[in-house]
Design a protein around this ligand. Structure first.
Ligand code: THU
Length: 530
């Protein structure tokens, strides 16, 4: 497809509707996108124009774009679970069959004994707990005994709280690394988290020096395949942590969305070849978990405004993919993640706006990126690179246009034209020119194809191939590229956006790709009539 850089931006927790098995997770009816769009603070013109509300299942949530400029779809999570790590690993092509272990009754005694032996210090608490409550309830004992406070949550986490004066940061980090090394096999907890705090009882305060030690992916992910094939793999935000640095060539940790967007913007200004994988965390941590729909909507609106500038930064050989790692519906009583579909939006100069449909796994994203970079891999999922408009798709469309020339009725000019029109659902309508002894009544091949599709109710198109020349009807190769006439260009303009692709064909393997904007600049269209 000739893509040099791919940007995957994960809007953390921006799910778009409950999965069929959501009830098994207590998430029936969860729909993060719907809850966020209902807020008066929601404003997302760029996401909308890319196709967010053209996605199947999202259409009723807001007004779909008449002519989306991106490719759009949604994906189900195939992994067992709904946490950040599982979601990101699946995006990167790794499906987790077993959920990461959680400990609603605390960690098993045997494991704790092993940790105490290895670290030479006892522990306190060992229960699921709120992070602020746990230091209030155990802080004083911790200060007296020097034992770290170990607690967990509904997530697969082993959290260690320690006062900075009792256990200096370096010692706490050292302790967490030792624990990380011990948490393997069935106890391969998603994250070990260092939670330092300071101050005097009862005003203990957590400090910003939290540090996460994630479990490494058990099998190679997209990131590993890209890195070992010599591509750059830049992680922004939590990505480095989530993949335990496996497969990254560079990690840019951030605090929150603002820094994340800034880092992604800077990366877009750099000259690299490969993947920039960005996680924007605030949607989840600041708003989803805190059931703050307005805050969530505001954060999406801020992202959308940033996106407008970011799109302008992209080169012709860049591909942008926007998605999410799970849901976290701010309007349900649950403050936990929710088991949801995630949106997939793809945009780029080389991307054919089309409907990617409902994908059965987030892994289709990773598989697609591996496919685009022609990297051999063992990832799960199915590539949708073909739908995005890779050469093979245009090649097939070109071939169809060549075949349609056979049908041409052109006794007066002897100029045979065939056309093939691709709808956004992936259906192809063929057409040929049909002449008439009263010359002006002639219909061109392109319009024949359009009128066939339009009269069957189709309105959304992504590409049109044209093959024309005086060669016999069964010719597989033509002498020149045929350009659409002015009238046809205007008809195309009626139904298609500026990045609609027009493929001028000499043969199945020899064609030129134009956008409608290139062939009909400064045009007049239905939007001009208001
Ligand atoms: N024609 C097309 O069908 N499409 C084009 O883009 C150019 C022209 C037809 C119309 C007519 O039958 C013949 O080619 C010569 O103009």
């Amino acid at each position: 497809m000739g893509i040099r850089r791919v940007f995957i931006i994960v809007l953390d927790s921006f799910g778009c509707g409950a999965l069929p098995d959501a009830s098994a997770y207590g998430d029936e009816g969860s729909d993060t996108l719907r809850s966020v769009t209902l807020s008066k603070c929601f404003r997302a013109p760029f996401l909308t124009s890319l196709g967010l509300f053209n996605i199947f299942g999202n259409r009723e949530k807001s007004v779909p774009a008449a002519i989306p400029v991106g490719a759009y779809g949604r994906a189900a999570e195939r992994s067992a679970g709904k946490d950040t790590t599982t979601g990101h690993w699946e995006i990167a092509g790794l499906v987790s069959k077993k959920p990461m272990p959680t400990y609603p009754d605390g960690f098993p005694e045997e494991l704790i004994q092993k940790i105490e032996k290895e670290t030479g210090v006892g522990i306190l608490c060992n229960k699921p707990y709120s992070g602020t409550e746990v230091i209030k309830d155990y802080g004083r004992e911790h200060i007296v005994t020097g034992k770290p406070i170990v607690y967990t949550s509904a997530d697969s986490v082993f959290q260690v709280a320690a006062h900075e004066d009792v256990m200096p940061l370096e010692k706490l980090y050292e302790y967490c690394k030792k624990v990380r090394a011990l948490l393997v096999g069935e106890n391969a907890v998603g994250r070990v988290i260092a939670r330092p705090f300071k101050g005097e009882y009862p005003n203990y305060e957590r400090t910003p020096y939290r540090h996460d030690y994630s479990v490494a992916p058990p099998e190679p992910t997209l990131l590993d395949y890209l890195k070992s094939s010599g591509f750059d793999v830049i992680g922004v935000g939590k990505i480095g942590d989530i993949f335990a640095m496996s497969g990254l060539t560079e990690s840019i940790p951030t605090h929150g969305n603002e820094e994340g967007m800034k880092a992604a913007f800077e990366a877009a200004g750099r000259n690299f070849t490969g993947l920039c994988f960005v996680n924007l965390v605030d949607f989840d941590s600041l708003y989803g978990h805190r059931n703050n729909s307005d805050g969530y909507a505001k954060a999406i609106s801020e992202f959308d405004a940033w996106l407008g500038d970011f799109l302008k930064k992209l080169n012709d050989d860049d591909l942008l993919l926007i998605t999410a790692d799970h849901g976290c519906d701010p309007a349900t009583s649950s403050t936990d993640h929710s088991r949801e579909y995630v949106p997939i939006i793809a945009y780029g100069a080389k991307v054919c706006p089309c409907d990617l449909g409902t994908r059965t796994t987030y892994a289709d994203i990773g598989k697609t990126v591996a496919d685009i970079f022609s990297v051999e891999n063992d990832l799960a999922g199915e590539s949708f690179a073909g739908l995005l408009g890779c050469e093979t798709l245009y090649g097939e469309l070109a071939q169809k246009a060549i075949e349609m020339r056979k049908m041409s009725y052109s006794p007066y000019s002897g100029f045979r034209v065939g056309a093939a029109l691709l709808t956004r659902e992936g259906k192809v309508y063929g057409g040929c020119n049909i002449e008439n002894s009263a010359y002006p009544a002639t219909c061109c091949a392109e319009r024949t194809a359009f009128y066939k599709a339009l009269s069957e109710g189709k309105r959304n198109f992504s590409a049109l191939a044209i093959a024309g020349g005086k060669e016999p009807g069964d010719a597989s190769e033509l002498a020149s590229y045929c350009a659409p006439c002015g009238t046809c260009r205007q008809v195309i303009r009626e139904f298609c956006g500026g990045n609609f692709r027009i493929i001028s064909v000499k043969s199945k393997n020899d064609y030129k790709i134009y956008t409608l904007d290139e062939l009909l600049p400064f045009s007049f269209g239905p939007d001009d009539l208001g």
